[in-house]
Write a protein that binds this ligand. Structure first.
Ligand SMILES: [Zn+2]
Length: 380
């Protein structure tokens, strides 16, 4: 009789020989994966939405220390999953949910759209759950993970520990049941993050690309592409021509762009380079499934802020002058519902204090964008 160690069992069910796994074994897997995350009952971390046949977005629910979304492509004998969230336990939760709601096929490919913590720190989860899967990224993302991931994790562990103490104090002082629950969730989330990630070592991609990599599967074609710098120096998208869908990572999504590691002058032209791909559905790294039009809205917004910040800088204005001057209502690119949609999506997707409004979230994001563009506008 074949005996399964836990690891061997996970390897056989997810790593390549899933077809031989009996249904009962799959049920055991689900229980094992759930237990592996923690001793207690687990909240659901994702909502899975279908964009087209065999194309899904696992939209992250708001939690302290956020997770990114995953885009899931169902190939003929395995799955390709884009991005790995902020921790391996989120990967375990997602894989269990995929097996229940999409397919028991093994994860064959994992893509890191870019190097950020909330997109790549869960790589180790796939190493355990799907050891035969290849992890793919751009050459630049692999280099950035090597250089930055360990350093940033140490900073993140330190700042999380400091913030945890602060949240414990706020919990003790909380007056309303809503505030109590909010700080309780922060404290629990930060404690489990610290214990899960204390020994983190970055898991680097096995396969890299500098421009294109095409997977010719019987079910459809998956075209991985790097078309220039934008959100980071190495953002990769996954385009599926037959299903007219693209996984945009943080280069193209339903939230305001984040420019802290970005290239403001190059981002708009990188977006236009992506418009060479024919797609209707955008499965971004954050937010809901969006339509193609979102690409142009995002481009217009970044270009408008670039222009305003550049002129402001030339006129001798400071960051805070520009933040006071360029409120969301002053920006043309945020009109016709774009700004409102960003605010609403971010209010829904971030774990924020009770009483936070979509308007205040949008205003915060615009202020952050102005500061980051001010710093990075002439970055080479
Ligand atoms: Zn990012």
């Amino acid at each position: 009789m074949r005996r399964f160690t836990r690891r061997g069992f996970l390897r056989s069910t997810l790593g390549g020989s899933w077809t031989s796994a009996a249904l009962i074994e799959q049920a055991i897997f689900r229980a094992t994966a759930a237990r592996a995350q923690s001793a207690g009952p687990q909240p659901r971390l994702f909502d899975i939405h279908k964009a087209a046949e065999g194309v899904y977005l696992a939209q992250a629910r708001p939690v302290p220390l956020l997770n990114c979304n995953a885009a899931i492509f169902e190939n003929s004998t395995g799955l390709l999953v884009v991005d790995t969230h902020s921790k391996p336990s989120a990967v375990a939760a997602l894989v269990a949910q995929i097996r229940k709601e999409i397919s028991p096929k093994p994860v064959r490919y994992v893509v890191n759209s870019h190097f950020h913590w909330d997109h790549a720190q869960g790589n180790g989860g796939y190493r355990k759950l799907a050891p035969d899967a290849d992890v793919i990224a751009s050459e630049a993302t692999r280099r950035l993970l090597q250089q930055e991931a360990g350093v940033r994790m140490r900073q993140s562990l330190e700042s999380t520990a400091t913030s945890l103490e602060e949240n414990k104090r706020k919990l003790a002082a909380a007056k309303t049941p809503e505030d109590k629950q909010y700080y309780q969730q922060w404290v629990a989330g930060q404690q489990s993050f610290l214990s899960e990630m204390k020994d983190y070592r970055p898991d680097l991609p096995d396969i890299t690309l500098t421009r294109d990599l095409v997977i010719h599967d019987k079910a459809h074609t998956l075209h991985l592409a790097f078309r220039g710098r934008g959100h980071t120096a190495g953002d990769v998208v996954v385009w599926c021509p037959e299903k007219r869908a693209i996984a945009g990572g943080d280069l193209l999504h339903g939230w305001t762009p984040y420019l802290g590691d970005g290239y403001p002058r190059e981002w708009p032209s990188t977006l236009i380079a992506l418009s060479e791909f024919e797609f209707d559905h955008i499965l971004g790294g954050h937010g809901a499934i969006e339509k193609r039009e979102r690409l142009y809205r995002m481009r217009d917004y970044i270009e408008e802020l670039n222009w305003e910040v550049e002129n402001g800088k030339r006129a001798g204005k400071s960051v805070s002058d520009l933040q006071r001057q360029l409120t969301p209502d002053k920006l043309k690119s945020l009109r016709d519902g774009y700004g409102a949609s960003l605010g609403a999506s971010q209010r829904q997707g971030f774990f924020v204090a009770p009483g936070t409004t979509p308007e205040s979230m949008l205003a915060d994001s615009v202020r952050t964008n102005i500061a980051d563009i001010f710093t990075n506008l002439d970055r080479t």
